[in-house]
Write a protein that binds this ligand. Structure first.
Ligand code: ADP
Ligand code: MG
Length: 446
């Protein structure tokens, strides 16, 4: 019986495009969780209610060059990628930018009261994947729920619609006839189909065509004409980054030239370099300090979002009578050490963290932050990876997708557009789906 259901789920994936390339570039279904994550409705509502507040906070931070410079300058001494991005800040045209973000949370039951509290893992400002596949997995579960007789009500999800609407609206705002979307991509992309899903819906709903290019290709085929970014004679109203978040995307000078061309032009950037930097883990750590978010938000809203912050430190910081560094050395399993990187697989845990800490000099210490390890209670799930199912103890991470358009003077729109649930084996530290750690899921409320 179970075998039959798993086969049906896998067939549904292949039939409906819930697919990706594996690391050998063979087509496979995306890793999925067989049935939805159960979340208390009030917890879900509380996360959704915070989306516009987080959006506003992050847009203000991302537009505040002095703030970004001040808090990232020590990082930039040893982290050359951050240094290059900071240098770009002074060259970029910041008249407007689109934000397509995802705010990730893990749920904890800190005092064993049975009440779950969402704790923020991080606010992602660049290259957020799965707006297409997460909606498809919701549809898979709509179908599976009937087969599995799940309890609870499945929560509708179609973040792709919100992504495409935001793109369509800002292209209209750009107000130049016959413009294109430029999707900046990596040359080898396992998660290609999630990106293609955006292209097709954007064309279908708004008649806007997409040009896919690597940063190197932008440098080769692009120029600036009357302020506009033009590639192969086509004006680009909106540049959407699904690459450019990792130093691996800048192995040549040409790649940097492509990025600089985009930044200097008036194309609407998604995100701007300022927003990309606002998503740095160092900035998250600074925002968690007392009094900082209060500079950006009314006190009452600041109080609300602070409830969701996990403890997060710089390594030299005094925590009671010792430093954060000492805390991590004493109880490595209660902390995560994070460099300024995106895309999964960069954080350090346990013994690996201890070894790294021992090797740091003073300057290197500044480039990392230390975060309290969030420990969700966990659940049992059936994970299906490469057609093989396994029942395991899991934890689930809830992300809220949002869009926000800053037109140079005001926030033009600010919306919550849906969710991503990733479920992973409880003994797995990292959370990325394409990095091979987690399975796509949906959620149901009880
Ligand atoms: P990245 O930018 O590489 O995605 P994240 O900070 O989001 O880095 O961390 C990657 C994954 O590691 C998360 O998706 C989550 O599963 C896990 N993780 C990160 N921070 C914590 C934490 N404080 N406690 C528990 N797990 C964490
Ligand atoms: Mg992340």
């Amino acid at each position: 019986m179970m075998k039959e259901i798993i086969l049906e789920a896998v067939d549904y994936c292949f039939t409906n495009g819930i697919v990706k390339y594996n690391s050998q570039f063979v087509l496979t279904h995306a890793p999925i969780c067989l049935s939805p994550f159960q979340i208390p409705e009030e917890v879900l509502d509380s996360i959704v209610a915070l989306t516009p507040v987080y959006n506003e906070l992050m847009v203000k931070v991302g537009n505040n060059r002095d703030f970004l410079q001040e808090h990232l300058k020590a990082v930039a001494k040893t982290d050359l990628f951050i240094k290059k991005l900071l240098d770009l800040l002074s060259e970029t045209d910041t008249s407007h930018h689109l934000q397509i973000s995802r705010n990730d949370f893990l749920l904890t039951d800190d005092n064993n009261s049975g009440l779950l509290i969402p704790k923020q893992v991080e606010f992602n400002t660049i290259s957020n994947s799965f707006p297409y596949l997460s909606g498809k997995v919701y549809q898979l579960h709509q179908y599976m729920v009937k087969r599995l007789h799940c309890q609870g009500k499945l929560v509708k999800n179609d973040p792709l619609e919100g992504v495409v609407d935001a793109m369509g609206e800002v292209v209209t705002y750009y107000d130049v006839p016959n413009t294109y979307l430029l999707m900046v991509v990596q040359s080898q992309e396992q998660n290609l189909f999630d990106q293609r899903g955006i292209e097709y819906r954007l064309l279908d709903k708004y008649g806007i065509q997409t040009i896919r290019m690597t940063l190197e290709e932008v440098a080769e085929h692009g120029c600036i004409r009357k302020g506009h970014l033009v590639v192969n004679n086509r004006v680009i109203a909106l540049t959407y980054f699904r690459a450019a978040y990792t130093p691996n995307d800048y192995t040549t000078n040409e790649a940097w030239n492509g990025r600089i061309l985009i930044e200097k032009s008036s194309t609407i950037k998604c995100p701007s370099v300022g927003m990309q930097l606002a998503g740095a883990k160092k900035i998250q750590q600074v925002l968690a300090k007392p009094g900082i978010i209060e500079q950006f938000l009314p006190a009452e809203l600041a109080r609300e979002i602070r409830k969701n912050f996990a403890a997060i430190y710089e390594l030299d910081e005094k925590v009671n009578s010792q430093t954060a560094f000492d805390l991590a050395m004493q109880s490595p399993h209660d902390y995560v050490l994070k460099p300024q990187r995106e895309g999964g697989g960069n954080n350090l845990y346990g013994e690996e963290m201890v070894a790294a800490l021992k090797g740091f000099n003073n300057a290197e210490k500044q480039a990392y932050i230390l975060m309290e390890r969030i420990k969700p209670p966990g659940e049992t799930s059936i994970l299906v990876v490469d057609k093989t199912a396994e029942e395991v103890k899991t934890v689930s991470e809830i992300g809220r997708y949002a869009t926000c358009f800053y037109d140079g003077s005001i926030i033009n729109f600010n919306r919550d557009i849906g969710y991503l649930v990733r479920t992973k084996s409880a003994n797995q530290n990292e959370g990325g789906v394409c990095a091979g750690y987690a399975c796509l899921n949906s959620q149901c409320v009880r």
